[in-house]
Design a protein around this ligand. Structure first.
Ligand SMILES: [Zn+2]
Length: 46
């Protein structure tokens, strides 16, 4: 099972994914996704 790339909680669904220059990141919730997006805006492909 995957872990959230921000907080290390287990990710039970693939609902929160983000394509970055370092590959696809997965997150446990929308909050972690948006924090990651804020911290790593330069790595995001879209
Ligand atoms: Zn998380």
């Amino acid at each position: 099972m995957k872990k959230c790339d921000l907080c290390d909680l287990l990710v039970e669904t693939d609902g929160f994914q983000l394509a970055t220059t370092e590959g696809v990141k997965v997150f446990c919730c929308e909050g972690c996704l948006s924090v990651y997006r804020l911290l790593n805006g330069d790595k995001i492909n879209d």
